[in-house]
Design a binder for this molecule. Structure first.
Ligand SMILES: NC(=O)c1ccc[n+]([C@@H]2O[C@H](COP(=O)([O-])OP(=O)(O)OC[C@H]3O[C@@H](n4cnc5c(N)ncnc54)[C@H](O)[C@@H]3O)[C@@H](O)[C@H]2O)c1
Length: 278
């Protein structure tokens, strides 16, 4: 009986030599927010290399176009200006994607900003609201806009980008750390609400990754001690954006069919070693 059930759900196909399209995304539609830089740009490269159609959403459309101009197959992607913290802008972008490609298979909620490491009594309400709006409300608004389409399809996946700051303090200021903890809660709640209806939601938690955001951060990359700090991580190096993109490709694809509501940490051992390197 049990084996009959898992065969019906397709598990038997894995035993028979692998699920089709495990690593390729031919014909799939992927949305990457913050696709104009860093990890988002690497995700656009990774997903188009695997055959996906990718919507490159960014508040900076010039950078989104730059990403597309670098691609081996630029025709697979299109850029759309979006501010993830603005519900109208989000809905307009998602409507344009559905009109263009007819379905949405994967949303990568990657766009995010830093907070200048301001402590609780120093951070202005304006700064707090901005960081929460982009880093936490943004992923919520994007998810809210794509979920009706995924429910119609009976299938879809969402990957939210948190951080090691989703688990621990000191990687950012009050607003950044609170926003990234919130992203993990958002993933878990969406899993509870939609997992049984075919939508898988997971979180990626990068550690120090060599992107324009991290390299411009005065408290981390700006510090003359940064390289010494990096040497204190077990991996003793920066993460590369392409490594995060490969993790996203795994989590968004069929190989991760049983992965719901999880946090995937890629931090070179930072959290495990439990030591603030700065
Ligand atoms: N780089 C790191 O060390 C690191 C570590 C942990 C988590 N993260 C997270 O990873 C994600 C990607 O960061 P990155 O380092 O690649 O940053 P990045 O600055 O290189 O890229 C972020 C992109 O998001 C876009 N963006 C910013 N605000 C936006 C908005 N309101 N609407 C749409 N797009 C917007 C920017 O224009 C930019 O192109 C972020 O969520 C960040 O918090 C980064």
């Amino acid at each position: 009986m049990f084996w009959h059930l898992i065969h019906v759900r397709g598990f038997g196909d894995i035993n028979n030599g692998g699920v089709e399209n495990v690593n390729n995304y031919n014909g799939r539609v992927v949305i990457v927010t913050g696709g104009g830089s860093g990890m988002g740009r690497a995700m656009v490269h990774e997903f188009t290399a695997r055959g996906a159609n990718v919507a490159v959403l960014d508040i900076n459309p010039k950078r989104a176009e730059e990403t597309i101009s670098e691609l081996a197959k630029p025709d697979l992607a299109f850029a759309h200006a979006v501010d993830v913290s603005d519900p109208k802008s989000v809905q307009t972008a998602v409507d344009a994607i559905i009109q263009r490609w007819g379905h949405i298979d994967l949303l990568c909620n990657n766009a995010g900003i830093l907070d200048g490491h301001a402590t609780a009594h120093e951070v202005s309400l304006e700064e707090w609201n901005k960081v929460i709006a982009v880093n936490l409300t943004g992923p919520f608004l994007m998810a809210r806009a794509v979920i009706p389409q995924m429910l119609k399809q009976g299938k879809g996946a969402i990957i939210n980008t948190s951080s090691t700051s989703g688990f621990s303090a000191a990687g950012g200021g009050t607003a950044y750390t609170a926003s990234k903890h919130g992203v993990i809660g958002l993933t878990r709640q969406l899993t509870f609400e939609y997992g049984a209806r075919g939508i898988r939601v997971n979180t990626i938690c990068p550690g120090a990754t060599a992107t324009p955001l991290a390299l411009a951060d005065p408290v981390t990359a700006g510090s003359p001690d940064m390289e010494a700090a990096i040497k204190k991580f077990p991996a003793q190096r920066w993460c590369q954006p392409s490594e995060i993109a490969k993790l996203a490709a795994f989590l968004g694809g069929d190989e991760a069919d049983f992965v719901h509501g999880s946090e995937y940490v890629m931090d070179g051992g930072w959290l495990a070693a439990a030591r603030d390197p700065f």
